[in-house]
Design a protein. Structure first.
Length: 274
């Protein structure tokens, strides 16, 4: 990975943007589905928070409730028990304070790059004119300023995912949710996108909740990693990542990086034991 440069100013920095409050608090949350075979516990007694400007990753085995967790945070699913607080208010339904970046960019092929970035603004019924300037500035931050009038088919996979990140940030959310955003990319592009995401995150100072199956990816990007147990998902361990930033290719050869990665692998090995 190339050395990371830090952008001094974010397009989201303006007099209209308030100082971040505690973006996310999850307190003793349960989620139980009703099925034809009876109740199915997906999440049990889940508690954690995300501090302002913090990058938190969620690691866990398949079926542990990671996708369910995102639906709870966005307000698409109500918890069976417990409370979720977002930007100081209890989540009781879909909320604008969340930006989402999906595993696939899901760009509209008939819209230009800038119009794809502006899709959430139109969906929320917000004024387009001032946000068009913000969209262009975000695209510049993503190193895509020259591609604003291009169509998704003219972009590489990594470029499309950067458009997806810009779209997730366009309405200045309190929290950015990222659901395995690099899983569909090849290994080299994935490493490059890790650096790009770190650069963007350090510039925007957004709070991020990042879902991944990759231990090295989580260690490289995160301030903390929350490890979930097999279903029903609960917090098994929280690992603080004390590696200095900005992180570069040399970080991966740091003995501390290896120690943290080994610690996380051992947690997963213990899960698999009978």
């Amino acid at each position: 990975m190339a050395p990371v440069s830090v952008v001094a100013k974010s397009p989201l920095d303006s007099g209209n943007v308030s100082a971040p409050s505690s973006p996310l608090n999850i307190e003793q949350v349960d989620l139980t589905y009703s099925t034809s075979r009876g109740p199915l516990e997906a999440i049990k007694s889940l508690s954690f928070d995300v501090a302002p400007g913090e990058f938190v990753s969620i690691l866990g085995p398949s079926g542990c409730g990671k996708s369910t967790l995102l639906k709870l945070v966005t307000g698409l699913l109500p918890p069976t028990a417990g409370t979720i607080t977002l930007a100081g208010d209890r989540v009781r339904g879909p909320r604008r304070e969340v930006g989402i970046v999906f595993q696939q960019p899901t760009l509209l092929p008939w819209k230009t790059v800038i119009e794809n970035v502006l899709v959430p603004i139109r969906a929320m019924g917000m004024d387009i004119a001032p946000k068009r300037t913000v969209a262009l500035e975000l695209l510049d931050m993503m190193k895509l300023g020259k591609f604003a009038q291009h169509y998704p088919s003219e972009l590489s996979g990594g470029m499309q995912q950067r458009v997806g990140i810009a779209r997730g940030l366009i309405h200045d959310p309190a929290l950015l949710l990222m659901d395995e955003p690099f899983a569909a990319l090849d290994a080299l592009t994935r490493e490059l996108m890790m650096d790009e995401l770190q650069r963007i995150w350090m510039a925007t100072k957004k709070s991020v909740l990042f879902i991944t199956h990759s231990i090295p990816e989580a260690v490289y990007l995160s301030d903390r990693i929350i490890v979930l147990s097999p279903r029903p998902g609960r917090v098994l361990q929280i690992v603080s990542i004390d590696l200095p930033r900005p992180r570069t290719v040399d970080t991966m050869s740091d003995p501390r990086f290896a120690t943290l990665s080994k610690q996380l692998r051992q947690i997963f090995q213990l899960m698999q034991q009978p």
